[in-house]
Design a protein. Structure first.
Length: 257
């Protein structure tokens, strides 16, 4: 009888210990950490127009990892964005399509980091009605280009100059999206855009011109020194530079930095 009583006490004690230990072994109810939960508010990202597709996907992934944060992207030509930032636009992050325009806001962006690279292609409407094959053909068909002050425009001028080709564009656009839109609509026979802009499109075809690999745009990103939400801004930049961010950029056709 004493032996049975002692066994009952031991079993009761073991059950009590198991009950006390069980909460520590339960899986977390959420995939977010305390650090993730600490980030809140809106992070306003000023990004080059050529980044729109990839940054929309990055924003979705970032918001999933940080449910308290909303990403508010603003897309335009890098020169336009740099001007707005210089005039005091309330941006948290600036992602430029070239280092020249990032340098224009060096006082507000003291520590930019290169996160991607891009090259140019000739974009033509599906079916290539102008029978464009080379850069030289751009001088005989209706061609649209980015304005020279825009990164894609500066790169286009460099590419054409190296090839010895002179083009009088039908229009000079303020961002690469506008060039692609005119080509896709058949308003132009050709245009120079970034390789990433033609990825996944069925309304344009891309032709890689000779010399394209020698003209490479490097994309820098920075947290602005007067960012309204510096913690979330730093986390966003870190995500862009992370393995997940780099994978999304590669899927969109960007080169590694």
């Amino acid at each position: 009888m004493r032996r049975l009583t002692r066994l009952s006490v031991l079993l009761a004690g073991a059950a009590l210990l198991a009950a006390c230990a069980s909460p520590a072994t339960e899986p977390a109810a959420s995939g977010t950490s305390a650090a993730d939960d600490a980030l809140t508010g809106t992070v306003e990202v000023y990004a080059a127009a050529s980044l729109q597709r990839s940054f929309d996907e990055i924003a979705t992934a970032f918001e999933a990892a940080h449910p308290g944060v909303t990403v508010a992207p603003v897309y335009d030509g890098s020169s336009t964005l740099a001007t707005q930032i210089g005039e005091g636009a309330p941006a948290d992050v600036f992602a430029s399509a070239d280092e020249k325009n990032m340098a224009k806001v060096a006082a507000q962006a003291p520590a930019p980091q290169i996160f991607a690279a891009n090259t140019l292609v000739i974009a033509v409407p599906t079916g290539n009605p102008g029978q464009v094959q080379t850069l030289a053909d751009l001088s005989r068909v209706t061609t649209v280009l980015c304005a020279p002050e825009v990164p894609c425009g500066a790169a286009s001028q460099t590419l054409l100059s190296k090839a010895g080709v002179v083009v009088s564009p039908a229009s000079s656009e303020q961002n690469v999206t506008a060039v692609l839109t005119k080509v896709a609509a058949g308003e132009a026979d050709a245009g120079l855009v970034y390789a990433t802009d033609a990825v996944g499109r069925d309304d344009v075809e891309a032709i890689v011109p000779d010399g394209a690999d020698a003209v490479v745009n490097r994309y820098p990103i920075a947290v602005l020194s007067d960012a309204p939400n510096p913690e979330a801004a730093a986390a966003f930049v870190a995500f862009v530079l992370s393995e997940d961010g780099q994978r999304l950029l590669a899927d969109a056709g960007f080169r590694a930095p």
